[in-house]
Design a protein around this ligand. Structure first.
Ligand code: GAL
Length: 373
C-alpha cells in the first residue's frame, strides 16, 4: 500500500488529483435503471456530501436515484431499504448505520436478485453483498498515529506524554479498524511508558462514541478532564474523525485547566474542523476523497447493472489510486471483494490539496475553506 500512497501523494502534490471514474460515465447506455442509495445521516457533514455527490454522479450517468438518509437510526435505515426494495430498485448502494443489523433486510433484496454494494462501511453477517468500496480503514488510524509520533518526536524525546483516545460508533465496522490502526501503532510507546493514558481507557469499547456525535464526544471528554486532568497536562487526543474531534475541542475550550494545545487528530475534512486546523485548535485530518470513492462506486455499479462482474482489472481503468483486495474484509460469512482507495493527511500547510479536489474552495478571506457547492 505504501507505493500507492506515495503515488497518490505525488499526484496530489502536483495538483492533479482527478475525480475517479467521472469521465467514464456512460450517459447514453445507462437507461433509466433505478439506484437505491442509503446513507447513514444527513447531520454528519461527511455523509451529507457523499449522498449529494453520489446522487449527482449517478444521475449524470443516466440513472434514476432514490436517496435516503436514516438519521443514524438502524431500524429507520432498514425500513428505508425495504421501501427501496419494494420500489424495485435495480441496485442498492448502502453505507450502513449499523453493519450488524441489516442482514435480514438484505435477504429480501437477494430474493429479488438486486445487487448490493456496501459503500464505505462493511455490512456484516450476510452473503447478499457482492462488493465493498472503501478506503484502507486500518491505515486511516495508522496515519493519525504516525502523525502523533512525528509531532511529539516519540523516537527521539523521552516524554512521558499524556494521551487519550476517542473512537467512533460501535455499530460502524470501520470504527474498530480506525482504532486498531491507531492504537497498535502507538502501543509500543504506551508499553515503554513514553505515552501514558491517565484515564486508563485503552480499549475500543471504552472509548467508542455513540453515533459519532459531537455532543457525545464533548460529554465524554469533559468527564475524562474532570476526573483525570485536574493537575495534569494533556498532550494528545487521538480522535477517530472530525465530528468527535469537534466535541473534544469544545470540551477543551470549556474545561481544560492544563497548559498547551494538545495535538488533536481527525478524519473527513469537515469545514468547521478545517477552520480549527487553520486556527491551531486541531492538528490534522485524514482526508478520504469523496469524488474518488463515488467514482469507483459508479464504475462498479455500472458493471453490475450491465450484468458484468467487476474484477481486479477494473482498477486499471480508474484515474485514482485504488487496489482490489479480496483478503482483508471478512464480514463473518465471507471475504468481501473490496476496492480500497488511499487516504491522505491534511494539515494547515497543505489545505490547497483539498481545493485541488474541486470539492472545496478558499472563502472570501482567503484564509479558510468552504465547500465548493
Ligand atoms: C465512518 C467513515 C468516516 C466517518 C465516520 C463518521 O464510517 O468511514 O469517514 O465519516 O464514519 O460518520
Amino acid at each position: 500500500m505504501k507505493k500507492f500512497f506515495a503515488a497518490a501523494m505525488a499526484a496530489v502534490m502536483m495538483g492533479s488529483l482527478v475525480s475517479c471514474g467521472k469521465d467514464q460515465a456512460d450517459k447514453g447506455e445507462a437507461g433509466k435503471k433505478k439506484i437505491g442509495l442509503a446513507m447513514p445521516a444527513e447531520e454528519l457533514e461527511r455523509w451529507n456530501s457523499d449522498g449529494a455527490y453520489l446522487k449527482q454522479q449517478f444521475e449524470e450517468a443516466g440513472y434514476e436515484v432514490v436517496l435516503k438518509y436514516s438519521q443514524n437510526d438502524a431500524s429507520k435505515q432498514n425500513n428505508d431499504v425495504l421501501g427501496m426494495i419494494s420500489e424495485d430498485v435495480d441496485l442498492l448502494l448502502i453505507a450502513a448505520v449499523d453493519g450488524d443489523q441489516m442482514s435480514k433486510t438484505l435477504e429480501e433484496a437477494k430474493a429479488k436478485n438486486i445487487p448490493i454494494v456496501a459503500y464505505d462501511r462493511l455490512i456484516m453477517n450476510t452473503d447478499a453483498i457482492t462488493y465493498y468500496i472503501s478506503f484502507d480503514n486500518y491505515k486511516v488510524g495508522k496515519m493519525q498515529a504516525d502523525f502523533v509520533r512525528d509531532e511529539l518526536q516519540l523516537d527521539s524525546t523521552s516524554g512521558p506524554y499524556n494521551i487519550e483516545f476517542v473512537a467512533g460508533d460501535k455499530g460502524d465496522n470501520n470504527a474498530r479498524y480506525f482504532f486498531n490502526g491507531a492504537y497498535e501503532t502507538l502501543e509500543p510507546y504506551i508499553e515503554s511508558g513514553k505515552l501514558v493514558v491517565p484515564s486508563g481507557k485503552t480499549s475500543f469499547e471504552r472509548v467508542a462514541t455513540d453515533g459519532w456525535k459531537t455532543d457525545n464526544a464533548e460529554k465524554d471528554m469533559k468527564g475524562t478532564l474532570s476526573v483525570n486532568y485536574k493537575d495534569k497536562n494533556l498532550d494528545v487526543v487521538l480522535c477517530a474523525n472530525d465530528s468527535t474531534a469537534l466535541g473534544v475541542t469544545k470540551a477543551l475550550e470549556s474545561s481544560y485547566k492544563g497548559s498547551g494545545q494538545p495535538v488533536i487528530t481527525g478524519q473527513d475534512g469537515d469545514i468547521e474542523n478545517l477552520r480549527n486546523i487553520v486556527d491551531g485548535k486541531q492538528s490534522m485530518t485524514v482526508y478520504k476523497n469523496v469524488s474518488d470513492e463515488a467514482g469507483v462506486a459508479l464504475e462498479v455499479c455500472k458493471k453490475l447493472l450491465d450484468g458484468e462482474i467487476p474484477a481486479a482489472n477494473l482498477t486499471e481503468s480508474l484515474d485514482c489510486e485504488c487496489v482490489f483486495d479480496s483478503e482483508s474484509y471478512n464480514n463473518g460469512v465471507k471475504y468481501v471483494q473490496s476496492y480500497l482507495l488511499v487516504p491522505y493527511v491534511i494539515t494547515k500547510d497543505n489545505l490547497q490539496l483539498l481545493v485541488n479536489t474541486g470539492l472545496y474552495r478558499w472563502d472570501s478571506s482567503n484564509k479558510y475553506l468552504e465547500l465548493n457547492k
